[in-house]
Design a protein around this ligand. Sequence first.
Ligand code: PLP
Length: 366
Amino acid sequence: MLKMLVKNQLLSLKAYEPGKTVEEIKNTYGLKNIVKLASNENPYGCSKKVSEALANFSAEYALYPDGAAGRLRERVAKHVDVDPKALIFGSGLDEVIQIISRSLLTPQSNIVMAAPSFSQYKLHAVIEGAEVREVPTVDGYHDLESMLKRVDPNTKIVWLCNPNNPTGTYVNGTSLKSFLQRVPQDTLVVLDEAYYEYVTASDYPNTLPLLAEYDNLMILRTFSKAYGLAGFRVGYGIGSPDLIQLLEVTRLPFNTNRLGQTAAVAALDDEAFLQHCVRKNKNGLDAFTAFCNKNHLGFYPSQANFIFLKTDQANSLFELLLQKGFIIRPFPNGVRITIGKEEDNRQLLLSLQDILDHESRHLLSS
Ligand SMILES: *Cc1c(COP(=O)(O)O)cnc(C)c1O
């Protein structure tokens, strides 16, 4: 039996299922236009500086990329003001999560994470045979006190997704500092800040200075969300150079490619584009929030580029919005909707209004 060949835990997992393509959905539902609001991609694309940099790209396709991502490393080090040795790059943040899991986890260990939170933390822990301790969020927020109680001497990683995907909520600076003071020094706390650039809350923690205080802390960032480079697959971790050096053993030698490295460097040179996207996103979030409040819909306050709408009919709401031309992401207790362009947001709210005004109102109650 081939099943006997693979690690037992693979049998309890499913391979990542990409959603239907836009083309498939257009054909199935006979729609001309589809707006994809399912993966938190940047609806404004990326900076023009990226296309310019790629147009000048020297086409030495036969050569391997710089495995150390030297230019990107220098540029990011300057951007976040850390030692270049404090950085590790991945083919997307997804790969950095895999590298950390592969490097730290064994069947004797466990991880502590929120639920719901980003699915990859759990996936890699299960593959490594580690125990997964999921602590339910409270009103969409990390329950830090309960998470602390689940930490024991075998806890290798505590994952904090800040802001949290899919709920959009955040851990503030005071709570985070008090949490870090109480986590044992031999447990790694990983702060996944994939949506960092979108945050506007004034008490959101500035975590970079905390790295000097805690060498069991790592911060994760990505070019996939606000920088609009999801197609290039570039993300990075920031941590103690000693830890990074150890993680580097697990990293594949040429994991980030030359195009991605070039695109990411160029993206960092366009702060104006980034701020433009952040402003537009905030307007979209505000409009969505106002709509939910006006209609007494259950939702979580979001600091990211998506919003979580509570419903116990997530799959039906997903199907209905699909028929109206919107792809969103269903979860067990609600749906996550990416904030799109102004006109798309407006059309989406009209569709939701239409659902509320008609027989399908029950789809939006929780
Ligand atoms: C999107 C996302 C990632 C992965 O991003 P990539 O860099 O595209 O791999 C990681 N963590 C969270 C919370 C995300 O939402």
